[in-house]
Write a protein that binds this ligand. Sequence first.
Ligand code: C5P
Ligand code: ZN
Length: 479
Amino acid sequence: MDKYSEFYNLLDEKTRLFKDIPKEKNIRVISHLDSDGICAASIITKALIRENRPHSVSIVSQLKENIIQELSNEKYDVFIFTDLGSGQIELIDKYLKDKTIFILDHHEINDAIIDNEKIHHINPHLFKINGSKEISGSGVVYLFAEKINDENKDLSHIPIIGAIGDNQENEGFEFLNNQILSTAIANKKINVEKGLKFFGLETKPLYKVLSNCTEPVIPGISGDDQKTIDFLESIDISPFIGNKARKFFNLTADEKEKLISALIIKRNNEENPEDILGNLYLIEGESDGMPTKDAREFSTLLNACGRLNRSSLGIGACLNNHNMKKKAIESLKDYKREIMNSINWYDRNKKDTDKIITGDNYIILKPKDQILETLIGTLTSIVSRNKKITPNTFIMSLAELEDGNMKVSIRIANCDNDTIDVNGIVKEITDFLGGESGGHKMAAGAIIDPELEDDFIAKAINIFETKYPKEIIINEIDD
Ligand code: C5P
Ligand code: ZN
């Protein structure tokens, strides 16, 4: 039997066990704060509503030991952990001994593999399926929900939004995500079109989308509003109607085609001029020009809700609650402001060696309490996508949390080396120094005692320099 059949068999077995749970049992759902986690929470919520099962949902940024301990005092017999839990299974086993537990996750399994009549663990890594690339947490929850009730196929677009949020789309999806995508297409939930893969195409003025776009670059117009406006006029596409800037979806089919050809011609000297084209995942039933139309923008919307501690709006948006979706969309501007604050912090302090330590193959950010604590991972990811930073440079942030702990986030800049495992790095450090860690090969984090900050940094630098030395990971940090 291949690994996928084994995974599907496990899902079959676990959904059967789930269905045997008496209907009156109140169920506690805990999910992760990011876009994938909110997608996962939305799917399980809807599935439980359909089964008439009473439940309550919480979203957490990290499943810390004290949270699990608190859960043990709650009067629930059944717990479902979604998009988290696999890294904390020993703690779950320790504190929630007499409970029935379902863990539906795709994070690396750092602890012992526990699966018994009380703890039901569903994770693709159990079958050596790559949970970082092939399926998201919401994907695992979706497959579970689909087996509980075929009607849940109407949720099949949600795990695509979650997978995009977890960076699992790269010129298409890998196997399990692709199967979910096929279900979403067959059920008329998503429409895949080849089109311009510029972020904000649905919602921003066309000239802004083009001038803001640096990845891929459009020579002569990237970064320059006026030149972009001149370019559009030169190909007979009016950037404005009256005072109002046009958006991509306002263009006629002919204009869209003309624009794409002209952009490809402008990129003639680039390695792959057609790199401006990619798959667009458009959610059926959503209106053009809304941030809920393109799955990529939808994912950002959910992240915004989560990071601003308004996760319930994200769940409402996924489940098509008109009012909540509206409020979620309104939250985007607050999110953008917070992101800008964190990017400005980075730009302002690049030269301040107390705040940003730069080595041959690493950059360490220490924002303390200067940026919103839920955005520490996001800032680390944004820095890691900066094309000016040499590929495979480690980007690590350590910041203070309101509860007195210290949060660590780690990523790899422009990674092109799949032997690097940042989850392994943080685990090695927390095993040695103490603290809780978890994540994926490409994105991981930890919670530590702030007194360990210097030791953590010293140990991390040691690992960066000895395990991943310059010869393997080219350096030269280009500012
Ligand atoms: O918080 P951050 O975005 O840096 O986390 C990166 C990944 O590592 C996320 O998927 C998160 O769930 C995981 N993580 C974890 N345990 C921690 C910290 C982060 O599983 N203590
Ligand atoms: Zn996830």
